[in-house]
Design a protein around this ligand. Sequence first.
Ligand SMILES: C[S@@+](CC[C@H](N)C(=O)[O-])C[C@H]1O[C@@H](n2cnc3c(N)ncnc32)[C@H](O)[C@@H]1O
Length: 186
Amino acid sequence: MSRLDLWKDPWPLDVGQCPCDVHFTRFLAERGLSGQRIFHLGTGDHHHVGLQAPAGNHAVLGITATEPEYVSYIRLAVENPHLGKFYKVLFSDIYQINPRLLPEFDIVTLFHLCEFWSQANAPFAALDDRGVLEALSRKVRTGGLVLFYTGSFAYDAAARLIPDWQAGTGFVEEPGYESLRIFRKT
Ligand SMILES: C[S@@+](CC[C@H](N)C(=O)[O-])C[C@H]1O[C@@H](n2cnc3c(N)ncnc32)[C@H](O)[C@@H]1O
């Protein structure tokens, strides 16, 4: 019987190894951004971005493909009822994301673009990495942002997608923030 082969281990917050989520929440705070509608690829088991959502009045939709991370979100939502108004988590392989089910966003984080493609899951994929980038960035409002993480192990592959994507969609690069590259939809 065929099954999706997904990331199994819950990911703890490890700023030494993977600081993107902390850089992102610092970016939001330092720019004084509040009330943002955020699509966040890769919640981690720590749910750092989602946990910061109430303080900034953000609406965060996080995605995980790791069962224990989905379970830890359920526990958080039950134990902290206030959080659930600001932070939702979707369990899905990013390559099975269905753009017809997604709303408009102010910010899309694609920190882990190109990290998860696998031949085992390819027969079940709706999109490849280029498709994920195009579909998610189409959901960004004019003036909104797409962010990439230069510390990703797959950053070289993600960076190779950026020039064609930019040419076709009119995103303009702005000065980066810590490990993040920032593109605004014109
Ligand atoms: C290395 S962790 C990073 C988590 C967090 N962004 C951080 O930097 O601490 C990767 C995250 O991507 C998620 N992930 C792994 N494979 C995925 C896939 N195929 N589709 C969507 N998310 C996936 C994992 O569930 C996990 O939350």
